[in-house]
Design a binder for this molecule. Structure first.
Ligand SMILES: Cc1cc2nc3c(=O)[nH]c(=O)nc-3n(C[C@H](O)[C@H](O)[C@H](O)COP(=O)(O)O)c2cc1C
Length: 187
């Protein structure tokens, strides 16, 4: 039997808002969401988001990421006191702390790049599930206190906390500069 030709992807629209390509659509639709309704986020949804994170690429496929899934109210309140984005953390019904396991690491730069890919996958998964999310980096100022609060081993290095919830109406959405400002040259 002749191999069937693979369906050709349609050419993306120049403004990047092409909703015919589900991945491109999710990438351009995703924005940081910092206000949430009181509706709960299920454990299942958190696991789905973490699963997407683990499908990120990593150097030599070392998969150095580790996660703490947080829905407990007392823990969320304590975490809120460790960042100037207290208001966001208090509003979020769920949080995921993302760590790198130093024992699994092989290269500082590449492992940190992998953590970034993992985090972006998680944000896109949240978007796909209809949830709002924001990557919280400022809390790294108190990463040691976060680690102790969450009672994880010292070998785990905090990369970020992702706040999650069902988006509240009226969120302000960030824009992007024109593409031409980023392209140094096309040779
Ligand atoms: C490394 C990193 C750290 C961030 N830290 C914070 C943070 O501490 N608080 C916050 O509100 N947003 C934080 N953000 C979200 C950015 O502010 C946001 O991605 C940016 O303004 C662009 O908006 P968008 O995500 O809606 O496109 C962080 C994002 C990254 C990638």
């Amino acid at each position: 039997m002749q191999p069937q030709p693979r369906p050709r992807p349609q050419t993306p629209k120049p403004n990047g808002q092409d909703h015919q390509h589900p991945v491109l659509a999710a990438i351009s639709r995703r924005r940081s969401i910092r206000d949430y309704t009181a509706a709960e986020v299920t454990e299942e949804a958190l696991r789905e988001i973490v699963r997407a994170g683990t499908w990120a690429p990593s150097g030599i496929n070392n998969q150095p990421w580790r996660f703490v899934l947080i829905r407990d109210e007392q823990t969320r309140k304590q975490l809120a006191e460790l960042t100037k984005y207290r208001r966001i953390v208090l509003s979020a019904p769920a949080l995921i702390a993302v760590f790198l396991d130093r024992d699994a690491m092989y290269d500082q730069v590449k492992d940190h790049q992998a953590a970034g890919a993992c985090l972006q996958n998680m944000l896109l998964a949240a978007e796909a599930l209809g949830l709002g999310a924001v990557w919280l980096g400022q809390i790294l100022q108190n990463k040691e206190q976060v680690r102790q609060l969450l009672e994880v081993e010292q070998k785990h290095d905090l990369m970020a906390v992702v706040a999650l919830g069902h988006p509240a109406p009226g969120e302000q959405r960030a824009q992007r500069k024109p593409l031409e400002e980023f392209i140094l040259k096309s040779i």
